[in-house]
Design a protein around this ligand. Structure first.
Ligand SMILES: C[S@@+](CC[C@H](N)C(=O)[O-])C[C@H]1O[C@@H](n2cnc3c(N)ncnc32)[C@H](O)[C@@H]1O
Length: 269
């Protein structure tokens, strides 16, 4: 599985759904109360996880404009089952180049998930300025924030986690990524522009029964660590073997910190 493969997005979706911060979700839903037709743009929709999580919470009619630069994911997203009264338009877009085009036309709400940690500070600034200029509230869910708790203990955990967090700062197509700094940077930027920001943790919590999910994450971390000079290949392999054994023995647990936020321009609902 790759970082954006449909298989990985499918595997993580139930964890994302459980992790989404309920108070932030309530603030998003409350912001649209009294609006009987909501126009939503979802940035980097993947296979439509945010549509599936959010659409059933609104009683109003909804039109979702789904944007992504991966045509295969976009096709899956537009084929997703959806509640009555929900229409979907799929728009292929490179959001690094064409963010402003994604925000064209009348929009009541911008959504995104698992995107902000991939983007650079200038792109985040662009997003904040462009949404504020249009007075559009934005719900940005599931930004990784650098907190990791993993058990049982391995002597290599600290080096692996340091390598993962360094890898997160690499360029993911939007310039040097904010990685673990994304949520705090976004909250600070939206607040500095005068938005009201609701935010809260949205951690992935995986236990012994979440074997496939944990194995996939550990494989991804080992692969990230391989690209970093901070830990040797031999130590990485030893760490991965230890982690796989712990998963197989039903002794592995994992918490990965994420943050959800909802930024509303002052004066909007
Ligand atoms: C981690 S996935 C999250 C997908 C979805 N929001 C979710 O939560 O399941 C990141 C998404 O960003 C999309 N993406 C990455 N770079 C992009 C770009 N330059 N323009 C548009 N979409 C992009 C990927 O195709 C992928 O769908």
């Amino acid at each position: 599985m790759t970082a954006f493969s449909a298989d990985w997005l499918e595997l993580r979706e139930p964890h994302d759904r459980r992790a989404r911060n309920p108070a932030v979700l309530d603030a998003v839903v409350a912001s649209q109360a009294g609006n009987n037709a909501i126009r939503i743009v979802d940035l980097a929709c993947g296979t439509g996880s945010t549509l599936r999580a959010l659409a059933p919470r609104f009683s109003a009619r909804q039109n979702w404009r789904l944007t992504d630069n991966d045509l295969s994911l976009l096709a899956r997203a537009s084929a997703t089952a959806r509640p009555a009264g929900v229409t979907v338009t799929a728009v292929p877009l490179d959001l690094n180049r064409d963010l402003e085009a994604a925000l064209d036309g009348p929009i009541d709400l911008v959504t995104t998930s698992a995107l902000l940690d991939l983007v650079s500070e200038p792109w985040l600034d662009r997003l904040a300025v462009e949404t504020l200029a249009r007075s559009i509230p934005i719900y940005a869910a599931l930004s990784y924030d650098g907190r990791i708790e993993v058990g049982p203990f391995s002597q290599f955990d600290a080096a692996i986690i340091a390598a993962v967090n360094a890898h997160q700062r690499g360029d993911k197509g939007f310039g040097p990524a904010l990685g673990p700094m994304a949520a705090s940077a976004a909250i600070a930027r939206f607040e500095s522009l005068g938005c009201t920001v609701a935010h809260g943790t949205a951690d992935w919590v995986a236990g012994p029964s979440d074997r496939e999910f944990q194995l996939e994450i550990f494989a991804g971390w080992a692969s990230a660590a391989r690209d970093m000079p901070t830990i040797s290949l031999a130590d990485t392999v030893e760490w991965l073997t230890f982690r796989r054994d712990a998963v197989a023995a039903g002794r592995s647990s994992l918490r990965i910190g994420h943050v959800d936020l909802f930024a509303r321009p002052t004066g909007s609902r």
